[in-house]
Design a protein around this ligand. Structure first.
Ligand code: HEM
Length: 322
């Protein structure tokens, strides 16, 4: 079907919002072809034949137009998947409904994180803004994200989760990671804004991983975070000097200087936001254990050389800080 028409030209000419959906479709198809080939035990060459030259070329063109990792990404699955009205999913029936709701839950949490991030950016960057209002808004959005995540934890069916999860594994023929919440750029942005400096001192690995795995994240948002963290002299996407001990951590990337300037009640509000983010990370950790790690389902966003527990705790600060 794809070979019969000039979809390359069409892809290049689509308006951005249609292009994003088309890219999601292409990556869903490509991922499906690889996963099915692996289930059937195909040799890598046969898997490439199954995929076909035309689809493979289309996948390359979609990544040329929008750089990022060349396999199904978190952005394809959650952010540009039209879940509200025409969801892209692999399963039929009850498993398909659960699959859609899993993605929708992530999308809702992403939108809460976006609002939390906007409020923190206002506080950091806009003079004479009402600091209390910004932090209260951030706190409300984080609490709402916690509420949605808790519903996941309580109500998602482990059996149905297991049925759709198999399609979202690592690419079995390429040395790449799968679409994982690990690659949410907004949770990174909120963490950097709220506790960026403490994270650097206690969990420098969090930052090393971020630069090492940067291709997997939604590119626009992660590059914005890298811009905050780089000095004028450095290229924003290369590993910054402070991460190698050559400079001090850029505190101006975080809300800490503004919060210290206000003191008192504003510091208390920031502590409440940190506490809410921390509760999110802990609730997430037990959800990941309940649905994935303990039942032995595929871990998609962690490399073989990494430890899952360490990744799930990578943004947790030690108690001493509270
Ligand atoms: C039922 C829901 C969820 C399950 C079962 C789950 C499972 C996992 C697992 C197993 C990992 C380890 C890497 C991997 O294999 O993917 C992980 C990492 C991660 N996930 Fe989720 N996840 C869920 C929901 C979410 C949501 C809604 C978010 C927020 C956008 C999220 C954000 C993250 C982050 C940021 C990491 C890296 C560890 C961290 O920084 O805390 N996850 N998740």
């Amino acid at each position: 079907m794809i070979a019969a028409s000039d979809y390359d030209a069409l892809l290049r000419s689509l308006p951005q919002s249609d292009f994003e959906i088309a890219k999601t479709d292409i990556q869903y198809l490509v991922n499906c072809a690889y996963q099915m080939s692996a289930f059937a035990g195909l040799h890598p060459l046969d898997a490439e034949l199954t995929l076909g030259e035309a689809l493979s070329r289309l996948a390359r063109s979609s990544c040329d137009r929008q750089p990022g990792i060349e396999v199904l990404s978190y952005e394809d699955m959650i952010l540009t998947n039209p879940l509200q009205n025409d969801p892209r999913v692999y399963c039929l029936g009850a498993a398909g409904v659960e699959e859609r709701d899993f993605c929708l839950g992530h999308q809702i949490i992403e939108s809460e994180l976006q609002s939390a991030m906007d409020a923190l950016l206002n506080l950091r960057d806009v003079a004479e803004v009402d600091a209390g209002q910004c932090l209260t808004l951030c706190l409300e959005r984080l609490e709402s994200a916690n509420y949605v995540l808790t519903r996941f934890h309580e109500h998602m069916s482990p059996d149905l989760f297991g049925q759709f999860r198999v399609f979202y594994g690592k690419n079995p023929y390429k040395n790449t990671l799968g679409p994982s919440g690990r690659f949410s750029a907004r949770i990174v942005a909120v963490s950097v804004l709220l506790v960026g400096e403490e994270l650097f001192h206690q969990k420098p690995q969090f930052y090393s991983d971020l630069y090492r795995l940067s291709e997997y994240y939604p590119q626009r948002c992660i590059h914005e975070v890298f811009r905050w963290l780089s000095s004028d002299k450095e290229s924003a996407s290369s590993k910054p000097g402070w991460l190698e001990g050559k400079a001090d951590f850029p505190r101006v990337a975080t809300i800490s200087p503004v919060v210290e300037h206000h003191g008192g009640e504003i510091e208390t509000l920031r502590a409440s936001c940190i506490c809410a983010l921390d509760r999110f990370t802990r609730m997430h950790r037990s959800t990941a254990l309940k649905y994935t790690v303990e039942p032995g389902r595929p871990i998609v966003g962690v490399e073989v050389s990494e430890n899952v527990e360490a990744v799930l705790s990578q943004r947790l600060l030690t108690e001493a800080l509270r």
